[in-house]
Design a protein around this ligand. Structure first.
Ligand SMILES: [Mg+2]
Length: 302
């Protein structure tokens, strides 16, 4: 008897790359004995709706698209009781695929589809930013705007930063946000920042931005990165070095720590990005970690 899975894909992701992948994906499902229920999305929010309404009837939901599609599917499944949440298979077809990179998903279409349908389930944490689920990152401030104000193919925020910084010096006048920050473990800060990020990933914007082995996806903790207003071009260099995953030594331009729950309060509304898309404009953002809330199929027994 054939096995069932729900396959949700975003035909527009990654400049429609998926059109070339589709046949290979479906053939691999068939080769593994699966008979998929196929759902191409036609508008934003649809993947979330389908995952929430239909996901509970399947043992496995495979999604294909960018990290935004994965965010939607996970957001939908988080609405189900824990024991009804299916394993998520992810076939990345976006432009940066940050989270796929962090998960170590394979690159070839056949391997990706195989991992998605028979890969080893791995528990990963999910975040909530003012109740909006996120899979790997939420952020405010500098160069987060580009993530959602530019076309899909330019969605590469840190890469964009690096590019902008090539021109150096002209970024001394950047917006600052006066933030009061509290964590569940008693850390308190009140300072101006130009950028803040709460993440559970190694890669953001196509850049491996965390030191190797410092990120665990299922430890109930986020990495928090805060960038102080730079006072000199040299500060920008150390910021860039830090955000490119190099260790900071005796620099105070960037603050980094871990937390499972963190609150940001600002004296003005702040735009936040959630998994690379616009998340909301919040004066207060309460971010919490839902430990091991979802299982994602990873290479291992394939
Ligand atoms: Mg973690």
């Amino acid at each position: 008897m054939s096995k069932q899975l729900l396959f949700i894909y975003n035909p527009k992701a990654g400049r429609q790359r998926i059109r070339n992948m589709l046949s290979g994906v479906l053939e691999e499902f068939a080769a593994q004995g699966y008979e998929p229920t196929v759902h191409p999305t036609q508008e934003g929010g649809e993947a979330e709706r389908v995952a929430r309404d239909e996901g509970g009837s399947f043992a496995r939901v495979v999604c294909c698209g960018g990290d935004g599609t994965l965010n939607e599917v996970v957001s939908g499944l988080i609405g189900l009781p824990c024991q009804q949440r299916p394993v998520v298979g992810y076939i990345p077809a976006g432009s940066t695929n940050d989270f796929a990179r962090t998960l170590g998903l394979p690159r070839s279409v056949g391997q990706m589809a195989r991992t998605a349908c028979i890969g080893q389930p791995r528990a990963v944490d999910v975040g909530l930013a003012n109740q909006t689920p996120f899979v790997y990152v939420c952020a405010f401030g500098l160069f987060t705007d580009v993530a959602y104000s530019t076309p899909q193919n330019a969605k590469n925020s840190l890469g964009h930063l690096a590019y902008v910084l090539e021109g150096a010096g002209r970024l001394m006048n950047v917006p600052t946000y006066h933030m009061t920050i509290h964590t569940d473990d008693g850390r308190q800060l009140e300072e101006d920042f130009v950028f803040g990020m709460v993440s559970n990933t190694r890669s953001v914007g196509g850049v491996n931005c965390m030191p190797a082995d410092s990120v665990k996806l299922d430890d109930g903790l986020f990495e928090v990165t805060l960038v102080r207003p730079p006072r000199s071009p040299k500060d920008w260099q150390s910021i860039l070095a830090t955000l490119s995953g190099q260790e900071v030594s005796q620099e105070d331009a960037v603050i980094r720590f871990s937390a499972s729950r963190i609150t940001f309060r600002c004296d003005q509304p702040v735009s936040w990005t959630v998994d690379g898309e616009f998340g909301g404009e919040w004066q207060e953002a309460e971010i919490e970690n839902l430990p091991q809330a979802i299982r994602i199929a990873c290479p291992g027994n394939t």
